[in-house]
Design a protein around this ligand. Structure first.
Ligand code: DGJ
Length: 653
């Protein structure tokens, strides 16, 4: 960090820098420059050079954080019960964090803008600490984490939207004027939008908040684009207390933002093995019959699977989705022996839980009706026939933690799938904060007390995918939709936001539930190999040929797994390239029409590669390619109806 003058600082990330200054009157902090190292030397591209009419000076400034009052027309980051104007107090750096402190003596609050640059990646984390200086509670109706002005007049925004079973649809919109907003009020990040946005494929933000949120982008009268993000309020801060907002990560790339986000994910993830799993949900649903599960496990083990996960339906009263949640005891007295049998076939064992939920038909609800979100005198809203526990309550936190401790101690479990199948209702935003922070505390508890247990994050598919969750779990389930062509689109969207080592993906039966356009077994495998491979099909019905093809593909995946999980990714058209020091792996899928070759004349389809560092490469058949060939002509693929996806491994020649 460089302090240029008394009131200007340059924060240095891996290859980029972010320079922030206090405006001469000490009224706010403003952005001077953000880009590759050295970009701050020269006149600021954000500085207003014109006269100001009909708005305030603050409205035209590249302001970093503004309360309502101070910036009356172009949108505020902080809204209290009245208007507020801040005055700069001090700026100091400690433990890698720059803290710029402002106070409003009249309104009775202190606001500290916090900046933590990452030295290893091009990400800057920002958040705000708001202290209540009054002797009565301070209600924050809006509480943003950060805002940032970009020198762009007509931004092209990229975002991820969808719904259940159609998450992570990448889309773009150009904004000549006005505003754009994505959000969730579900109490989780939700399926409708991911808390992630990029501008002109150069600047990106991602919010580390596992509750309700909003991100906006506005074209301001000054000609700047301002992006603002934060949790949804309201938040009440007690007298003398300090509220710390969630972190907003800001990324910059001159090349490819997804690579910055992947590097950041790798930095935030613990090193963990990612076993090939089998999950029996799609095969058996709620009918968790232990002999049948064992049969599935044994077949899976023969295929080369390393972990067997029993999903929903294993506990008392859970015969369908109307009962059982909350009573986390196995239905069968033989469950313990079953776990050991699975393990003795050479597999690790994993279990599904939905700790925050409770069924009306459960012992837990009968004993603790006051633990759920509901309003006095009214029946709670049911979604998927279930209610939600108020995890923000200390007693619910204790219940969830001790339940998980008990399960993980009583059985040799090495994988936990944490699901959540309904959004929050009957709770005001004020409860969101305590719920989310206790959800994080449970995840931290699992990491510290059961470090050998891998955790999969899931909320009816990809409903709880945010930067905070992905930093605390080992893998996430992006969607319940595993139908090949839908899944390809979901995964390509997901990989813009998050890295492949976090992306769980299963091979399921074809046709599946959703997309009636079946693809070959190989297509489905290559698709699931793009992240963390799993199988969800009913393998009991696979023929001997299918099983042997599956075994070969699992073995192939194990050979490329490290490169897929640790390599640099390029998202190409219907292909993904993963590059490591000594290997380039290309996964490709044919989604278009066939050329007709060999029945009629024609050429191979090609996938052009990027960033090759060696002069030439050789594939596993001994074919040599120059880097120029691979870059400008491409890897050849000869697609047929049965050869509709492939894996190519290239090594420097
Ligand atoms: C939703 C999840 O996304 C599925 O994978 C499965 O675990 C079901 N819940 C079980 O109820």
């Amino acid at each position: 960090m460089t302090r240029w003058t008394q009131d200007q600082w340059t924060l240095r990330m891996a290859t980029t820098s972010y320079t922030v200054a206090i405006e001469p009157g000490g009224r706010w902090a403003e952005l001077v420059a953000w880009g590759p190292h050295g970009v701050e030397v020269g006149p600021s591209p954000l500085q207003n050079r014109g006269d100001i009419h009909f708005i305030t000076e603050a409205d035209a400034a590249p302001i970093e954080y503004a309360p309502r009052g101070e910036r009356p027309f172009t949108g505020a980051d902080l809204e209290i019960d009245g208007d507020s104007w801040l005055t700069f107090e001090s700026g100091a750096e400690a433990d890698g964090v720059l803290r710029l402190s402002f106070v409003d003596e009249v309104a009775g609050l202190r606001v500290v803008l916090c900046y933590r640059p990452e030295a290893a990646v091009d990400v800057l984390s920002r958040w705000v600490e708001v202290t209540n200086l009054r002797d009565e509670p301070l209600r924050l109706a809006r509480i943003g984490s950060a805002g940032v002005c970009l020198p762009v007049r007509e931004p092209r925004l990229s975002f991820l939207h969808g719904e259940w079973a159609r998450e992570f649809q990448l889309d773009h919109v150009s904004l000549p004027a006005g505003g754009f907003r994505i959000s969730s009020s579900y109490g989780v990040p939700g399926h409708n939008h991911a808390p992630w946005l990029s501008v002109d494929d150069t600047w990106g933000v991602s919010l580390a908040w596992s509750g309700s949120w909003e991100i906006t982008a506005e074209v301001e009268p000054s000609g700047l684009t301002r992006v603002r993000a934060g949790m949804l309020g309201p938040v009440v801060v007690g007298p003398g207390e300090t509220f710390v907002t969630p972190e907003l990560a800001l990324a910059y790339s001159t090349d490819d933002l997804s690579r910055v986000w992947h590097a950041y994910d790798r930095l935030r993830s613990r090193p963990a093995r990612k076993p090939v799993l089998y999950n029996s949900w799609e095969a058996t649903g709620f009918e968790v019959d232990l002999p049948k599960q064992l049969e599935l496990a044994r077949i899976a083990a023969d295929l080369g699977v390393e972990l067997f996960v029993v999903d929903d339906g294993w506990f008392v009263g859970r015969h369908d989705d109307t009962g059982g949640l909350g009573d986390w005891y196995p239905e069968s007295p033989d469950f313990g022996a079953f776990v050991e049998e699975v393990r003795s076939s050479g597999l690790e064992f994993g279990l599904w839980v939905e700790p925050e939920s409770v069924s009306p038909k459960s012992r837990l609800y009968a004993e603790h009706p006051d633990w759920v979100y509901k309003m006095d005198g009214r029946e709670p809203t049911l979604i998927r026939n279930q209610m939600l526990l108020n995890l923000g309550l200390p007693e619910v936190y204790e219940f969830v933690t001790s339940t998980l401790d008990r399960l993980l101690t009583e059985h040799r479990i090495s994988y936990l799938k944490w699901d959540m199948n309904r959004p929050a209702t009957e709770r005001s935003g004020e409860l969101d904060d305590a719920h989310v922070r206790n959800y994080w505390r449970v995840l931290e508890h699992l990491r510290s007390q059961h470090p050998h247990v891998l955790v999969e994050g899931c909320a009816g598919g990809g409903g709880r995918t945010d930067l905070a969750t992905t930093g605390m779990v080992d893998v996430v389930w992006p969607s319940d939709n595993t139908a090949p062509l839908d899944r390809l689109k979901i995964q390509q969207g997901f990989l813009h936001m998050h890295a492949p080592h976090l992306m769980s993906s299963w091979v399921t039966d074809a046709p599946g539930f959703f997309d009636a356009r079946p693809r070959s077994l190989k297509f489905r495998f290559v698709l699931a190999m793009a992240g963390v491979l799993g199988i969800g099909a009913d393998v009991r019905h696979w023929s001997a040929e299918e099983r042997s093809e599956a075994a070969a593909l699992i073995a192939r995946y194990k050979d490329i797994r490290d490169v897929v999980h640790g390599g640099e990714v390029r998202l190409l058209n219907d292909a993904v390239q993963y590059s490591a020091q000594d290997q380039v792996v290309v996964l490709a899928w044919n989604t278009g029409s066939l050329t007709g070759v060999p029945m009629v004349p024609g050429q191979s389809s090609r996938v052009r590669l990027r960033d090759l560092t060696a002069e030439s490469y050789v594939d596993e058949d001994g074919q040599v390619y120059s880097a120029a060939h691979l870059t400008h002509v491409g890897v050849p693929f000869d697609w047929t109806a049965s050869n509709d996806a492939d894996v190519v491994v290239l090594r420097p020649a």
